[in-house]
Design a binder for this molecule. Structure first.
Ligand code: PLP
Length: 288
């Protein structure tokens, strides 16, 4: 159960209170959007960037999302409830999730709420230990989603059933995570993370016109890459070429910055110094 629940127009309420109706399209069709962001020291990291991305997801899905200010206020109500919660620990990380479904089946305002949960320590261990990753076909070409708006590329959708399925598949084969690869052979992103790699003095990620979710963490790292003496670039890369670069990471708001140790069983070059710089740059803690 979430530790904190705030509902649009109602503020923070008892998180045991049911708030979703049986005819909510979020439940019936997974028809909705969301954001998850990191709360550290009681502060929300990159809230603006997440709310801007949520508005882009809403435009793409034609969900009538409340204005920025209303979602900002909702997040703040959740944060205040978290600061006052007996389990709040300023030294521990938490995750704020903001959810908006399309609303009820026969028409209504969207259902909008926010929750906060502590981040379990196990979620942060890949920052320290790295990830073994398997490639998995996304079934579409790199340019398919750009030409097919109904595939909703770039939107952060509630319907994560295939996302969870590919992660179960990777884990059933002893790996930690998957990497989506297009039918024409290019790396996209992880099921819940962005792909970042270093090629000499360039920090790279996947182009957004492939329909990946534009990651707030990867964008932040690339925007600040010059602090590490690196340039930044969006590039397409094949899995084979990825095994020959200088370091590969999967980045996301809760798990943080995790390096990839193997891809389809093949050992990758790791760069511990650059890894700790990237973790520090994005403000995540390295677990001991
Ligand atoms: N790509 C996908 C498909 C995701 O689901 C996520 C996060 O959940 C990311 C990338 C990473 O995005 P962010 O860094 O904004 O958490």
């Amino acid at each position: 159960m979430a530790k904190v629940l705030a509902v649009l127009g109602r503020g923070a309420i008892d998180p045991e209170q049911p708030i979703i109706r049986a005819d909510d399209l979020g439940v019936l069709r997974g028809d909705g959007i969301f954001e998850t962001l990191n709360v550290r020291g009681g502060e929300m990291f990159l809230l603006r960037e997440h709310l801007v991305r949520m508005a882009a997801s809403a435009r793409r899905t034609e969900i009538d999302l409340p204005p920025y200010e209303a979602l900002d206020e909702l997040s703040e109500q959740a944060r205040q409830a978290w600061l006052a919660h007996p389990d709040f620990d300023p030294d521990a990380e938490a995750a704020l999730r903001i959810v908006a479904t399309r609303g009820l089946e026969h028409g209504s305002e969207p259902t909008v709420y926010a929750t906060i949960d502590p981040v379990p320590r196990e979620r942060t261990l890949p920052r320290r230990d790295g990830l073994q990753v398997l490639t998995a076909s996304s079934g579409v070409n790199a340019d398919t989603r750009g030409q097919a708006p109904w595939l909703l590329g770039g939107a952060k959708l509630l319907s994560y059933a295939t996302t969870m399925a590919v992660m179960r598949w990777a884990k059933s084969l002893g790996a930690d995570d998957a990497l989506w690869v297009t039918a024409d052979g290019y790396c996209l992103e992880g099921p819940t993370s962005s792909l970042v790699w270093r090629d000499k003095d360039v920090l790279c990620t996947t182009p957004t016109d492939t329909g990946i979710l534009p990651g707030t963490t990867s964008t932040y790292l690339l925007q600040h890459a010059s602090k590490l003496g690196l340039r930044s670039e969006e590039r397409l890369i094949t899995p084979e070429k990825l095994t020959r670069v200088d370091g590969v990471w999967m980045t996301s708001s809760v798990r943080g910055v995790a390096f990839v140790t193997t891809l389809d069983g093949q050992e990758l070059a790791t760069d511990p110094e650059m890894h700790s710089e990237l973790v520090k740059l994005s403000g995540f803690e390295l677990p001991s």
